[in-house]
Ligand binder design. Sequence first.
Ligand SMILES: [Fe+2]
Length: 259
Amino acid sequence: MLSSSASSALTPAATAATPAALPLLTQDYSAYTAADQHVWQLLFDRQMALLPGRAADAFLAGVQHIGFTREAIPDFREVNPRLRELTGWELVVVPGIVDDAIFFGLLADKKFPATTWLRKLEQLDYLEEPDMFHDVFGHVPLLTNPEFAAFLQQLGAAAQHHRHQPNSLELFTRLYWFTAEFGLLSQPDGLRIYGAGLLSSHGEVKFSLSEKPTRLPFSLTGVLDTAFEKDKFQELYFVLESMPQLPESLAELQAQLAD
Ligand SMILES: [Fe+2]
């Protein structure tokens, strides 16, 4: 993979079929070494130098709200109380990529699955699976935004509700992928990124806003008709006009599935 751009959710793993069956894990903060803290600093500094003017205002505000800094790898014992206070969400520790059905069930419960391992210095730009820089730095800031957090919870609940309909999980996965992971947003002051797969990837931040990829106005039909790339930069991104398009698109998908 070219970047830390994969979702934390989207490749089935050999895990049990219900969230209740997930192992109860915690972040062992004392296990992080000085080298780990150094890698966090490098990653944080590199992204935060790049993101102003490129990341959505809601994301940059979220970094402030949650209190992420270059000084230390986020401690979930500090992140979770803050997140619960802001939007009712919390991080739950998972060993790696989780099954789609489990993933959406967690979202429905306002639980975001996160790994706790951090890439090594020699892996700054190349990861086979998402690490905590993706899961935590990429996703958590927008989980502090009530509007976006509500959309993600509703997406999880809707996917769970329709999970027994043939192919429905793939449709919810595409909606998740082209919004929460790789979404772009048209702000009054220009094109911005809100997808975590982009925000945690130094290379794809620049690529997604360059002249190279195709960018289309966001539409549910467009998203549902588009297969996505897991192991390389996306060739196509969808651009929201405004955040309310997210719940609107979800309602549209649910209406289609109810027909
Ligand atoms: Fe992700």
